[in-house]
Design a protein around this ligand. Structure first.
Ligand SMILES: NC(=O)c1ccc[n+]([C@@H]2O[C@H](COP(=O)([O-])OP(=O)(O)OC[C@H]3O[C@@H](n4cnc5c(N)ncnc54)[C@H](O)[C@@H]3O)[C@@H](O)[C@H]2O)c1
Length: 357
């Protein structure tokens, strides 16, 4: 067993210095209240914002005497990222004091809405991310982006409010449906392409929940993200490398919805389109682009546009992208043989050709 797998939380605390305390500990949830007490000794109440499905599978132990838990259940998954749900969460937690944290249990969707509620309450309550999916552990818990969706687009209402603590219990992944695990591996693979080439090889064959290789891959992905976030906390510069696969990915999510296409699946298809663009621009060999697609297929991920998302529909959706300045091209992160490059001048005709394959 590697040193990282033996002492995961120490590894993370050392390597992610400068960020929230990050702990990866199997069984961590059982010791949750002791840690809360240590971090917020004066708290009389805590908020608990939980994906209802996750809380039913992994109920938290009873809190100690003197600590009241104000619990708000969220609808499972993306349905939580709605303004109405945000209003319900803030209503339930509006009396919390600034020294009383909000704990958020669930996948990226729960963390996004719970973190946004914490940001709004008293202009910023501390919050603790208790991530329960691969996506949430490898990506969403770190970096401070919190948001809900708007009918006009994904994550349109949001801000930056980093979690004060990230406490991940990899045992939670044991109940995660295989499709969600695979979707999470897309984000891990993305991080490998962005900043840890050796990590890609560690994903073959795809690691499963319970295998130390999965927790190790998640931590390595998180480390790639941590380095970029430290350099660019507000996402104006190098951190945008993490958007590899997301330009087309977000458009596909908007077109098809989370039931038909999970976030990670959309990102996988988006990475394949970005690789084709890189080939067209002479930045990547065609064989490398084919290898990228083959890697994703080996992880059980989709690589082709779903039939319901025609190239024209994707282009239309891209045209409404919040990140695009009028009159300019689209911004794409292109994968290179090593690392990535950001191109902010990609025009519709080029994208259409890459979408067609
Ligand atoms: N803020 C960020 O930086 C960031 C980064 C990446 C993704 N995201 C967001 O995260 C969301 C996707 O998150 P996700 O992929 O983690 O999925 P999710 O939160 O939508 O959850 C997916 C499904 O898995 C279930 N689930 C979660 N944990 C489980 C467990 N341990 N056992 C059984 N079922 C479980 C949920 O109930 C839900 O049905 C998207 O909205 C995306 O935009 C945000």
């Amino acid at each position: 067993m590697s040193r990282a797998a033996r002492a995961p939380h120490a590894w993370c605390r050392r390597r992610l210095a400068g960020h929230a305390e990050v702990r990866f500990e199997p069984g961590l949830l059982a010791r949750l209240w002791r840690r809360v007490r240590e971090a917020w000794p004066a708290a009389e109440r805590v908020g608990l914002v939980a994906d209802a499905r996750v809380h039913a599978l992994w109920p938290l132990p009873a809190p100690p005497r003197g600590l009241a838990v104000l619990r708000v259940d969220l609808p499972p998954g993306e349905a939580a990222k709605r303004r109405a749900v945000l209003a319900r969460v803030t209503d339930a937690l509006v009396d919390l004091r600034r020294d009383e944290p909000v704990l958020v249990l669930g996948g990226g969707a729960a963390l996004d809405v719970g973190g946004l509620a914490a940001a709004l309450l008293r202009r910023g309550l501390p919050w603790v991310a208790l991530p329960s999916t691969v996506v949430a552990m490898a990506d969403a818990a770190l970096g401070g982006k919190v948001a809900v969706n708007h009918p006009r687009g994904k994550n349109l209402l949001g801000t930056f409010h980093p979690a004060a603590r990230i406490w991940a219990d990899p045992r939670l992944l044991e109940t995660l449906p295989p499709r969600e695990v695979r979707a999470g591996l897309a984000e891990v693979y993305k991080c490998a392409r962005v900043g840890d080439p050796g990590l890609g090889a560690r994903l073959v064959p795809p690691p499963e929940p319970g295998e130390p290789r999965l927790a190790e891959a998640i931590r390595r992905a998180l480390l790639v993200k941590a380095r970029l976030v430290a350099r660019d906390p507000r996402d104006h510069g190098p951190r945008r490398a993490l958007n590899l696969g997301h330009t087309v990915g977000h458009a596909l999510e908007g077109l098809l919805g989370p039931r038909r296409l999970r976030h990670g699946e959309a990102v996988a298809i988006g990475m394949v389109v970005a690789a084709r663009l890189a080939v067209r621009r002479g930045r990547l060999a065609a064989a490398e682009a084919r290898r990228l697609a083959a890697d994703l297929e080996a992880l059980g991920l989709p690589v082709d546009l779903p039939a319901a998302a025609t190239p024209e529909a994707v282009l239309e959706r891209l045209a409404a992208d919040k990140k695009r300045r009028p009159g300019r091209g689209h911004t794409f992160v292109l994968p290179l043989a090593r690392g990535v490059e950001i191109h902010a001048d990609v025009r519709g005709a080029e994208i259409r050709a890459a979408l067609k394959g």
